[in-house]
Design a protein around this ligand. Structure first.
Ligand SMILES: Cc1cc2nc3c(=O)[nH]c(=O)nc-3n(C[C@H](O)[C@H](O)[C@H](O)COP(=O)(O)OP(=O)(O)OC[C@H]3O[C@@H](n4cnc5c(N)ncnc54)[C@H](O)[C@@H]3O)c2cc1C
Length: 818
């Protein structure tokens, strides 16, 4: 005979009967069932949570108890901490199964692990299901090879590979309870009843319910209203009624306490979208829910997500302490009516719209007071009904520009934004009643009102309402300067603990140098880990029709580059790459490959940035300047280039300081896995190399040669030797292999020779001096639009000359035996 199952469902969030898989697991197949919520009433006053929020929770618990009663069950409010009380409950009720909803946040995870260990050691079966998020967080991390995605884009790419969130499970109803009973004693209310509101020491005024009534019933009622609005949109309903803020669902507190299932919301919205538009909803329709999900995923592996210290995602800004200003901000007494109204709404009602959160968040941090976002996080944690540890901390980091941002966010003027959204100031009049009689002209800047106006409005600034705590324009300027300083020193200011930024990979191809390498610099901007990669496949290297001399030159270049420091999809995943940079390829085959790589990047949530630096000018710009066509004659080309003016200056060489704060992970097997190969690995012997010391590859050699050339120009000219200015002529520089492999940037070459020429001639050189460089440029531009540049057939540039085949002669020519 099967032993009977006595189960206990541990409610934490997820305070509902609909779409609650772990609750169903508790009831299904059990003989007895108890629903428990742990609440330490004695410590209510010690926990830093507003009364409004406690009241909302009590609403939810009462609602849950009432729904369970309808199913002949009850909710058991158990006093104490789960880890202390569970052993007693298990014995008392002979519990054999415990179920709860999965919580991915680091602290609850630790708590749940301990409880699970404890229960299992007592022989209790523990069943856990995910229902607070759309997806299983661990699956997303697994899909990303054990790493959490660090950008929203990366996250979006990951979830686009997953199937739509699972369907909802059926509601808990009478049928499920057919064979299952909840033993309820007569003294249930006394021992396990939901506490009275009076336990919260709420005074009468606080008892009054505003707009926010907790519970599943209310959540589903609100969802019903939303569904109606989405199904029959009215054009004039963009604005919230009696509010200056844009309309939104106002479902966040219900999602926070789990009175509403996020999956249920998702699927309902999908269904309505399909009914209205006749096609399935794209994921983007759920953008706010995806941001919610993103923050849960990122925070799940960052235990210090709510702090700056030891938070590898957060930029370390030099925030300042202004205790008095912080206190005035908390109380809604900053002297800025717009800010004060929002803060007072938060304190009294426990919820403010997204734009209002942004307005006060900007004011507290990067827009005025320059106080750390951690303080804002704590205030919101205490007062917001919807405060979720992950979303709250993530949003504060985002808002203060400390993480998850692409560009500087907009400044929100504490005066102008209110004036713009609510010119009459009704919102301020409601929440800052001292100012209710102020004329609209001064409602957002009462300190500017003449004293007569203040008297008439029965509010003297400085006595009845505070003077502004700062000069907001001045504060803004200072904040902008501080932000700029932070960004300028971004790399060095990033936490030494691997700060915010990209896991960047620079793919070296024809730019084997550190000087004038804009895409390499781009990789190092805002970079936390950096990998420099050259992709070389020894098998195809052997098959490629390239001489030993050329391979040796390339290996020299790579060795030279490696001295200064260190497929594609595998690397993206292995190194959790979020940004890939490379030099733009000009030639058609390379262009096609780059497009394919950009698509791969997109698929993997990797930002791909490429910049031109293999030529003096961006060939695309030359073509643009010639009405969209590559110039076919060198004369035309020269004219176009002349009109474009001198090429851009080279960018600064990559140096040590650019690597500050950025880590280049080098594994212990680096030399076996990633080192520059030897020639014999490519199938050549040292003897095959006949170019000897004449052609040593690499940037160092290129710069040495360039410097020698400059000296020849200067010294040779002084001595009136044969070299002199003639040495400038590129045909004589012997730098072409270095330009070919990008060990030397053409722009650096151009700039240094120009300077040398000007020293001698005291005037800029004519274009003709660079004739060979110009020809190089000309051919690149032509080839960029001609995929058959290397063939006689199908090549619109090549005359069809009837060349003849003569293998014998060709062979002799190749072997230098003509
Ligand atoms: C500084 C700051 C702190 C915040 N703290 C929280 C928080 O603790 N809890 C919270 O739920 N939201 C937080 N938000 C995000 C957002 O302001 C609220 O989710 C939104 O205002 C809730 O209103 P709504 O339900 O009408 O949202 P809607 O726009 O109708 O969106 C539907 C749901 O999507 C989610 N959502 C919407 N916007 C975001 C967002 N930007 N990021 C993450 N999820 C979002 C919420 O669950 C919301 O209920 C914060 C925003 C800022 C700027």
């Amino acid at each position: 005979m099967n032993a009977s199952v006595n189960s206990l469902h541990w409610f934490r969030k997820g305070l509902r009967l609909h779409d609650n898989p772990s609750l169903r697991l508790a009831i299904d197949g059990s003989s007895t069932f108890r629903a428990v919520f742990f609440l330490d009433v004695d410590s209510l006053n010690e926990i830093n949570i507003s009364r409004t929020k406690w009241r909302f929770l009590l609403d939810c618990l009462l609602d849950l108890d009432s729904s369970l009663r309808k199913l002949n069950s009850r909710l058991f409010i158990v006093r104490g901490q789960p880890i202390d009380v569970f052993p007693k409950l298990i014995k008392q009720w002979n519990i054999t199964r415990v179920t709860f909803e999965y919580d991915g946040e680091p602290f609850p995870q630790r708590r749940d692990d301990s409880v699970k260990r404890l229960l299992e050691s007592e022989g209790v079966e523990v069943l856990v299901s995910t229902s607070h998020t759309l997806y299983d967080i661990e699956k997303i991390v697994e899909l990303n090879h054990g790493n959490v995605p660090v950008t929203f884009k990366q996250f979006e790419c990951l979830i686009s590979k997953l199937r739509s969130p699972n369907s909802c499970v059926p509601d808990v109803n009478q049928d499920l309870f057919v064979n299952c009973k909840t033993p309820v004693e007569n003294n249930h209310d006394k021992i396990y009843g939901v506490p009275e509101y009076s336990a919260l020491d709420l005074d009468e005024e606080e008892h009054e319910r505003g707009e926010w009534v907790g519970g599943e019933d209310e959540a589903l009622r609100r969802l019903g209203l939303l569904e109606k609005e989405v199904a029959e949109p009215k054009t004039d309903t963009q604005q919230e009624k009696n509010s200056p803020f844009p309309k939104s669902s106002k479902l966040s507190p219900y999602l926070r306490f789990g009175c509403l299932s996020v999956k249920y919301l998702f699927h309902r919205m999908n269904q309505i979208y399909k009914e209205v538009h006749g096609k399935p909803a794209p994921l983007s329709v759920h953008l706010p829910l995806l941001w919610r999900e993103f923050f849960f995923v990122v925070a799940s592996k960052h235990p210090n997500f709510d702090k700056m210290k030891n938070n590898s995602l957060c930029l370390q800004f030099p925030w300042e302490e202004h205790a008095d200003q912080l206190e005035q901000f908390k109380q809604g007494k900053t002297g800025f009516p717009w800010i004060d109204a929002i803060m007072r709404q938060l304190l009294s009602e426990g919820w403010i719209p997204h734009l209002a959160r942004q307005a006060v968040g900007c004011f507290l941090t990067r827009g005025a007071l320059w106080i750390t976002w951690e303080e804002g996080f704590k205030i919101f944690e205490k007062f917001l009904l919807d405060a979720e540890w992950s979303i709250n901390a993530g949003s504060w980091m985002w808002l203060s520009c400390s993480a998850f941002f692409a560009k500087h966010s907009q400044w929100m003027c504490p005066v102008g934004l209110g004036e713009h959204l609510d010119p009459q100031g009704s919102y301020v009049r409601k929440y800052v009643p001292e100012l209710k009689d102020f004329p609209a002209d001064y409602i957002y800047k009462p300190w500017k009102a003449p004293i007569e106006v203040q008297k008439t409005a029965h509010c003297i600034v400085g006595a009845d309402y505070p003077q502004p705590i700062i000069d907001h324009q001045e504060a803004r300027r200072e904040c902008v300067d501080k932000l700029r300083a932070v960004y300028q020193n971004l790399v060095s200011k990033v936490s030494s603990n691997v700060g915010l930024g990209h896991n960047a990979m620079h793919w070296f191809r024809k730019d084997l140098r550190l000087h004038d390498n804009p895409s390499l610099c781009e990789a190092l901007t805002n970079c936390r880990t950096f990998h420099a990669v050259y992709i070389l496949d020894p098998v195809s290297a052997r098959a490629a029709n390239v001489s030993a001399n050329r391979w040796k030159f390339l290996l020299d270049c790579l060795t030279d580059l490696d001295k200064t420091d260190i497929c594609v999809t595998k690397l993206f995943q292995e190194w959790n790459i979020s940004k890939l940079t490379f030099e733009c390829e000009i030639e058609p085959f390379g262009q096609r490959r780059d497009v394919a790589v950009a698509v791969l990047g997109e698929e993997h949530g990797v930002e791909v940035i490429s910049k031109p630096s293999h030529t003096l000018y961006d060939p695309e710009k030359i073509i643009d300047s010639n009405d969209g066509e590559a110039p076919l004659l060198i004369k035309t080309f020269e004219n176009v280039v002349r009109q474009m003016g001198p090429p851009e200056k080279p960018v600064d060489a990559v140096n040590k300081s650019m690597f500050k704060g950025c880590i280049c992970p080098v594994s212990s097997d680096h030399s076996t896995k990633f080192a520059v190969p030897h020639l014999d690995e490519l199938g050549f012997q040292e003897e095959d190399v006949t170019s000897g010391e004449l052609w040593v590859g690499g940037e160092q050699e290129a710069i040495k040669r360039l410097t020698e050339l400059e000296e020849k120009v200067l010294v040779g000219n002084l001595k009136k030797s044969v070299e002199g200015l003639d040495a400038l002529r590129p045909s004589r520089t012997q730098l072409s292999p270095y330009l070919r492999f990008g060990c030397l940037s053409p722009r650096l070459f151009h700039m240094r020779l120009t300077k040398a020429y000007m020293k001698v001639k005291c005037q800029p050189p004519p274009l003709s001096l660079y004739r060979q460089l110009v020809w190089r440029e000309f051919f690149f531009t032509l080839a960029s639009r001609n995929p058959h540049m290397d063939k006689a057939v199908d090549n619109p540039l090549s005359l069809n000359i009837p060349w003849e085949e003569n293998e014998k002669a060709l062979d002799a020519w190749k072997k230098v035996r003509v």
